[in-house]
Design a protein around this ligand. Structure first.
Ligand SMILES: [Zn+2]
Length: 315
C-alpha cells in the first residue's frame, strides 16, 4: 500500500513539474550531470543555453537514480555534459533510455569534460571488486581548481566547435571566468597557507585533488574503500591512527553519515566539517567559486580553533 501511495505521489509530483526546456525556443538545450558543470557552462555560455542538471547537489553523485523527468530532458537535449572518469556510471543507461538521435549522431554532443585531466589513484588492476566505486581512478578532480581551468577550456572549445557562430564569445567568457578563478585561487592559497602539510580525515576518497593542491595530507578515509561503509574493527583502527597523528579535522559531505565522524571527533577532540563538492550542497555555495569560498573558510576557521599541528605525510 505504501508503495502504491508513494508511486501515486510521485506521479502527481512528476506531472506538476514542467518538463519543457527553454524560456525561448532558440536556446541551446544543455543537460549537465552535476551542478559543477552547470555552474561553469552557465558562466561560459550565459543566456545562449538553457541548462538542466540531473544530480541533486545534496546526494551522492555515484548513486544517482535518474527520474522520468531526467530521461525526458535528456531526450530533448542538444548537448549532454558529464564529468567522466566513471563518476556517472548511470549516464550510459540514461542516454540509452532517452534515445536522443541528435546525441547519437554527433559524438561531440555527448561531452566528457575530463579531456587533459591527470587522474589520481588509477588502480593497476581495473576492478570493482569489494564494491570499490573508483575502479578507473579518482573521479573527483574538480576539487582542484587547477583542473577547473582545464574544464573551462574544454567547454569553451567544444561548444565553439558545435556552435562556431558563438565560439568567440565562449572563449571570451571562459577567459573572464579563468581570471576570476585565478584571483580566487591566490586568496584561497593564502588563507590556507598556515596549515599546509596538516593532516585531515575525509569520509569518502573525494578530497584527494583538493588535498594535493593545498598540500593537505589525507591520513585516512572513514570508508575503508570508496563506497563501502566502515565496520567497527576498521573504525577502531582508524581512531588509533587519528590519535597517533593528532588529526583534528574530519570532512564529510551533506549526504554522508554523520554518526561515525561525530563519534571519532568526540573521542579525538576534533571537529566534523560539512563541506560541499557541488554548488547547492550547502546554502552558501551558489556557484563553483562560492562553494570553494565556503570550503576554504570552513577549513581555515576549524584549523584556527583547533590549533592543528602539522603532520608528516603517511605513506
Ligand atoms: Zn567517489
Amino acid at each position: 500500500m505504501k508503495r502504491i501511495l508513494f508511486s501515486m505521489m510521485f506521479t502527481v509530483l512528476f506531472l506538476a513539474v514542467p518538463v519543457a526546456f527553454g524560456k525561448t525556443g532558440s536556446q541551446i538545450r544543455v543537460v549537465a550531470t552535476t551542478r559543477v558543470l552547470s555552474s561553469l557552462i552557465s558562466d561560459i555560455a550565459g543566456d545562449l543555453i538553457d541548462i538542466y542538471t540531473i544530480a541533486p547537489p545534496k546526494r551522492d553523485v555515484h548513486f544517482v537514480q535518474p527520474t522520468p523527468k531526467d530521461v525526458l530532458m535528456t531526450k530533448k537535449a542538444d548537448v549532454f555534459i558529464m564529468t567522466g572518469g566513471e563518476l556517472e556510471i548511470w549516464a550510459g543507461p540514461l542516454l540509452d533510455a532517452a534515445g536522443n538521435l541528435a546525441l547519437k549522431e554527433n559524438k561531440k554532443r555527448v561531452f566528457d569534460v575530463s579531456r587533459g585531466i591527470e587522474f589520481l589513484e588509477i588502480p593497476t588492476v581495473l576492478t570493482r571488486a569489494e564494491g570499490d566505486i573508483h575502479a578507473f581512478g579518482n573521479p573527483h578532480y574538480w576539487t582542484d581548481p587547477r583542473n577547473v581551468r582545464i574544464m573551462i577550456d574544454n567547454m569553451a572549445e567544444q561548444f565553439g566547435e558545435l556552435y562556431p557562430e558563438h565560439a568567440q564569445m565562449f572563449r571570451q567568457n571562459a577567459g573572464k571566468l579563468k581570471t576570476r578563478l585565478d584571483e580566487k585561487m591566490k586568496l584561497w592559497e593564502k588563507r590556507l597557507m598556515p596549515w599546509r602539510g596538516a593532516g585531515i580525515v575525509t569520509y569518502h576518497k573525494s578530497w584527494s585533488y583538493f588535498a594535493e593542491w593545498f598540500g593537505f595530507n589525507v591520513i585516512a578515509e572513514i570508508e575503508p574503500k570508496p563506497g563501502i561503509p566502515p565496520g567497527s574493527k576498521y573504525l577502531g583502527e582508524l581512531m588509533k591512527q587519528i590519535k597517533e597523528n593528532n588529526v583534528r579535522v574530519i570532512i564529510r559531505e551533506p549526504f554522508q553519515d554523520r554518526s561515525a565522524p561525530s563519534r571519532i571527533a568526540q573521542e579525538t577532540g576534533g571537529e566534523v566539517l560539512t563541506l560541499g563538492q557541488f554548488p547547492g550542497a550547502v546554502s552558501e555555495a551558489a556557484d563553483y567559486i562560492g562553494m570553494m569560498d565556503h570550503n576554504v573558510e570552513m577549513l581555515a576557521k576549524a584549523f584556527e580553533t583547533l590549533g592543528q599541528q602539522n603532520n608528516k605525510r603517511m605513506k
